[in-house]
Design a protein around this ligand. Structure first.
Ligand code: HAM
Length: 415
């Protein structure tokens, strides 16, 4: 039996590429306008990096990572997300020494061993940004404004930006105690994961896929923020309003990664079912320090490329089409066409040809199908006369060119 791709892993076929390129190009342009520079970090890192940053008791680290031992006996993991690697690189290259605020963006594949379904894959792609260095709420607003701008530029409507604050180390402890108190009585009725998380990571209990509905009246972090976190959140709220960026406060938004502090957010689409989060992120002011760097604030987001593309109108997006189809009719014409095709290609002109010298009728069909703007016809008659016929495929106008000077004549006619 033929070998197939791994479950949950998709080929991105040539017909998919125009949409991918459009999304990537739009993101690059917008991010670079906002002062972000691209970074490319490895797709695998030491497992420890992800365990320490994402959190040892998160679903990602507990259940979803592709981890293996390499030949040196070190534990290696295929990156399940981009933030940890970017922050590792930020520390390793001492980027904090160069600038007060470092703005980075990245794109590439991520790997999670989740149950595959529509919009959820085991190899998927993210486009993400990270800003490192300043904890001012205006940085949060800038990042959210840029996310909003990107989806506006892509023409995707119907998304809701949900925002919350998860507090910081000063206020989260007291909230965690309150939450545990609230959950204590319910504990015997909760699933095994919730019972375990009650001890290790009680905030994650609120996000349980089985039991979440039981927690409608739970205490929420927003009501328990310390003064600085509260002031930070209010400034973010006011700034978003000022910039007319629509958002909802969702006090029950808890993220699946442990590094978040203060502002957290998700961009969700109503009709996408369970996989309705298109992009997500937040502030992580403790992360750089946690993985060995100097105390440095950070905030960023990542969008799911596959989910975003599924919402884009991709009808008008096409790959570049050939400029010229060279219809060489018969063996001799095919031989004469070879250097012409080569010369045109080396000059950057997209040329298509069939190397088989088929009939005029069949080659004109191929010329039409590939979308060439012009066809150059080289048949026995033309060879005898030292000419070739150039046909404009749109106007149907035909011009006779001199074959000995064909490359120059074509260049002049086709611009
Ligand atoms: P995340 O919420 O785990 O955050 O993932 C961000 C986005 O990646 C999701 O909203 C979704 O669109 C996409 N995604 C995640 N898992 C899958 C999957 N299995 N299949 C398809 N798409 C998926 C992060 O990864 C954080 N690093 C975001 C961040 C950056 N926070 C701060 N900076």
């Amino acid at each position: 039996m033929a070998i197939q791709a791994i479950k949950g892993v998709k080929d991105i076929l040539p017909e998919d590429i125009p949409a991918w390129r459009h999304l990537e190009a739009t993101a690059r342009t917008i991010f670079e306008n906002y002062g972000f520079s691209e970074i490319r970090v490895p797709v695998f890192e030491y497992t420890e990096l992800f365990a320490r940053s994402i959190g040892a008791t998160t679903d990602i680290v507990e259940k979803e990572m592709y981890t293996f031992e390499d030949r040196d006996g070190r534990k290696i993991t295929l990156r399940p997300e981009g933030t940890a690697g970017v922050v590792r690189s930020f520390i390793e290259h001492k980027m904090y020494a160069d600038a007060q605020l470092t703005r980075l963006y990245y794109l590439g594949p991520m790997f999670r061993h989740e149950r595959p379904q529509k919009g959820r894959y085991r190899q998927f792609h993210q486009i993400g940004v990270e800003t490192l260095g300043i904890d001012h709420p205006h940085v949060d607003i800038e990042v959210l404004a840029m996310l909003h701008r990107l989806y506006e530029a892509l023409g995707i409507k119907g998304l809701t930006l949900q925002v919350n604050s998860l507090g910081d180390s000063a206020c989260r402890g007291a909230y965690r105690d309150k939450l545990k108190e609230y959950l204590r009585d319910k504990l015997p009725t909760l699933c095994g994961d919730c019972q375990r998380r009650y001890e290790t990571n009680p905030l994650r209990v609120l996000d349980c896929k089985v039991d979440a509905e039981k927690f409608g009246d739970s205490p929420v972090m927003l009501d328990h923020l310390c003064e600085p976190c509260k002031a930070h959140f209010e400034t973010v709220e006011a700034g978003l309003n000022k910039l007319c960026i629509p958002f909802e406060i969702n006090p029950r938004l808890v993220r699946g990664l442990d590094y978040y502090t203060r502002t957290t957010f998700e961009l969700v689409m109503g009709h996408m079912g369970a996989q309705n989060t298109v992009a997500a992120g937040g502030r992580y002011d403790g992360l750089v320090h946690e993985i060995g760097g100097p105390a440095t604030a950070g905030i960023g987001f990542a969008l799911g490329v596959e989910r975003t593309i599924s919402l884009m109108d991709t009808a008008g997006l096409k790959l570049p089409q050939p400029t010229l189809y060279l219809a060489a009719l018969g063996k001799e014409a095919v031989a004469q066409a070879l250097p012409v095709v080569h010369a045109l290609k080396s000059q950057g002109i997209r040329v298509e040809t069939d190397y088989q010298g088929a009939s005029l009728k069949s080659q004109m069909k191929k010329a039409d199908k590939c979308g060439a703007a012009y066809t150059l016809i080289l048949g026995e008659q033309e060879i005898a006369a030292g000419t070739a016929v150039l046909r404009n495929m749109q106007t149907k106008e035909q011009t006779t060119l001199t074959f000995s000077n064909i490359v120059e004549e074509l260049r002049a006619k086709m611009i």
